[in-house]
Write a protein of this length. Sequence first.
Length: 233
Amino acid sequence: MGLTNAELRTILKKHLHSDSTISDPTDLNYYLSLGQERIVHDAPSSLGAKAGSLTLSATGTREYSLASDFYQLARQPWIATESMDLEVLTPGVLVDEVERLNDVPGGVPTGCCIVGYSASETRWRIKFDREPDAAYVVGYFYYWLPAKINDSGSTATSPIADAGFSNLLLWAATMLAREHNDPDGAEQAFKMYGAELVNYRAYSPYRPAHAGVVGGWERRAPSRLGSHYSIGS
């Protein structure tokens, strides 16, 4: 367990030399939340991937909402009953190959596209290249954005701090809080943030079960289906 939000604020206040223009806890929580967002932007995979799913309607609806904390797809979505991955399309390809057709094909979707963020639903939306003819279940793994930092319920601690990277979060928040009133201090905090980020990017919640890359090939942990390999990145 890493530092609590209250403990993070205590140290952040010292980093900011008790700047009287920054209130405690409102502004300190605000900068810690901004720092959390910056870390996810710079290293989205280090918190691990979450699993999500959605059921396509047999009525032909093609657009659906993704998980509320969705940030990026971690891999191609899939339809297990069809034993197939879905191709992730760019908006241009979706328009050229599907949207501009007079009649959109029906059946099992073969591709999908992240089409934008819905402000009314506060969720990202995904659209498929076929009008579903059955209630297909689409699974997906995604990188996620943690909830804003406060002191209630599940947000009483940051998952980044809980993973053992409280110092990274503190320097990210310090860097952002100092930008307007203390440019020199912001630059110093940026260097400290960069040094901490190196270790965070190297962190993987899948180790040690996930073996390293050897000779360009990556051996994954054995499963009941047997060992399998893939090209290392």
